[in-house]
Ligand binder design. Structure first.
Ligand code: SAH
Length: 486
């Protein structure tokens, strides 16, 4: 039997791009992932289709999985021969109980690795514009728990040493005990006007900060009802933040977008939105399986061939080359049903025309994904032509988990439908997440790329807030920056 292996991995503080390359590689090969509440659910999109995802955080109907139970699960899965990833927020060794997990694995002789991550104390501070050390304002940095296992949950630490011995202090899990922490620091010699900043949900679109001093911050936090997860940063470096940080100044900072998808792979528009500071969830996720079939000899007899996706194009040309059919022996004119399909055809040095220019008089062939044969509109258009199914695209159901978690955490404020098809696909998957179009319209702004997607969305029961003036990235960027409502 294959031997199991466990990776204890740091997911970083929130922004998915702050995970290490090694951590990401582990996620991609994992058979099972046990993940914590503070892990960004979007990271789960890195897992392979069919990977088992186990949530170890608090659920409404169930208490937190206890540490012992998590240790047992790690051992159980590893003994079954699986590649297991234990995914933890930030760095696994900073208040992450990785030591206990490693011990449990050592005890039964299971091989494991620990993959470090960026800890929230540093990640959140950086994204709030604060360096934790500075040649003029801080020469030392400490990471301290604001909560521990003492009877009343207040940290038992050497307050005198901490208050005067360290310049910058990051308190984790400290919001509840903030009044106590500030009192202790002042009582042990730290100046009451020492700057303090709290950074909540650091490195994510919903990052928020609150500033004060050791004397004032507890009251400010109480007033604003600020809660965990937050880092409390104490020290002169906190005064370096005088305005919005580089992160908060990004064009789309604070936008939490769901971007509709109808095929495998990432969209370049979604990536650009991300680069402009938005949190973007491309949904749902697809897996492509190419068809194994031979082109028949009469492929040369077609007058017109229309391709319905770039995958259909690459599949077709791969097939030609495999069967040693020279493309010059085909007499057909090639058409693409989308710009992307036409570009794909052109990349093989063939001319490509839009499908609405088809003459449809001779022998025509439609090459497309299996879903095309099930789409009524399409069968109406191409009814009398031959169909060739190039590939099948199946929704990867795992991403519905990611979607549920994001909805639970209220981390989707805008839904973008780039096409009518994306409306149907998302509506179908959302049933799994127990969300109706009306409910989604109430919690998020609905943006459609054009009249066809708008019509489809309204037909399904969405309240469309905005239809782009033209289906382009520029128009979308502009729409996202203005706060028009319904
Ligand atoms: N291993 C984690 C810490 C786990 S303890 C790490 O290295 O970051 C959980 C605490 O971490 C939270 O109570 C909060 O204080 C802090 N935390 C985690 N993620 C955070 C985030 N995105 N923003 C602010 N604080 C965060």
């Amino acid at each position: 039997m294959r031997e199991g292996y466990v990776y204890l991995v740091g997911a970083g503080p929130g922004d998915i791009r702050l995970m290490t390359v090694k951590g990401q590689q582990c996620l991609r090969i994992a058979d099972v992932v046990l993940y914590d509440r503070l892990v960004n659910p979007l990271l789960l999109e890195e897992t392979k289709p069919g990977a088992e995802l186990v949530y170890c955080g608090k659920l409404p109907d169930r208490h937190l999985l206890r540490q012992e139970a998590i240790n047992d699960l790690l051992v159980k899965y590893a003994l079954e021969g699986k590649v297991v990833v234990r995914l933890k927020g930030g760095d696994p060794s900073v208040f992450g109980r990785v030591g206990e997990e490693a011990e449990a694995l050592e005890a039964v002789g299971i091989s494991y690795e620990i993959v470090p991550g960026i800890t929230a104390g540093i990640g959140a501070a950086t994204y709030a514009g604060i360096p934790v050390t500075h040649r003029e304002h801080g020469a030392s940095f400490a990471i301290i728990t604001g909560h521990d296992k003492s009877p009343n949950g207040q940290p038992l630490i050497d307050w005198a040493g901490v208050a005067t011995g360290v310049d910058t202090i990051a308190f984790y899990m400290g919001v509840k005990n903030l009044p106590y922490i500030c009192e202790q620091l002042i009582a042990h010699g730290r100046k009451p006007d020492t700057p303090v900043i709290l950074i909540q949900w650091g490195t994510l679109g919903k990052q928020k900060t609150l500033s004060g001093t050791l004397e004032t911050i507890a009251e400010i936090v109480r007033e604003k009802k600020f809660s965990n997860p937050a880092i409390t940063l104490v020290g002169d470096v906190a005064k370096l933040r005088t305005k919005e940080s580089w992160f908060e100044r990004q064009l789309l900072f604070g936008k939490q977008l769901l971007f509709g998808r109808t095929s495998e792979g990432a969209s370049s528009i979604a990536e650009h939105l991300r680069q402009s500071g938005a949190d973007v969830f491309e949904f749902p996720r697809f897996q492509t399986t190419e068809m194994e079939l031979e082109l028949s000899e009469d492929i040369r007899d077609y007058d017109e061939i229309v391709f319905h996706s770039p995958t259909s194009v690459s599949w077709f040309f791969k097939q030609l080359s495999k069967q040693k059919i020279d493309v010059r022996s085909l007499k057909a004119t090639f058409y693409g049903a989308s710009i992307k399909s036409r570009r794909a055809i052109e990349s093989f040095a063939c001319l490509a025309f839009p499908n609405n220019e088809m003459i449809k008089e001779g022998k025509c062939l439609v090459v497309g994904p299996q879903s095309l044969t099930m789409n009524e509109d399409r069968t109406k258009i191409y009814g009398e032509h031959d169909f060739l199914i190039s590939h099948e695209e199946k929704v990867v159901k795992q991403s519905n988990w990611t979607c549920r978690r994001l909805l639970d955490e209220d981390r989707i404020d805008t839904i973008i439908f780039p096409s009518a098809e994306s409306v149907y696909v998302i509506t179908e998957q959302m049933k799994d997440c127990e969300q109706t179009p009306l409910q989604l319209s109430e919690r998020a702004k609905i943006i459609c790329f054009g009249p066809l997607s708008k019509k489809a969305a309204e037909k399904c029961g969405y309240k469309v807030d905005l239809c782009l003036t033209e289906p382009s990235e520029e128009a979308l960027m502009e729409a996202l920056q203005t706060n028009e409502s319904r």
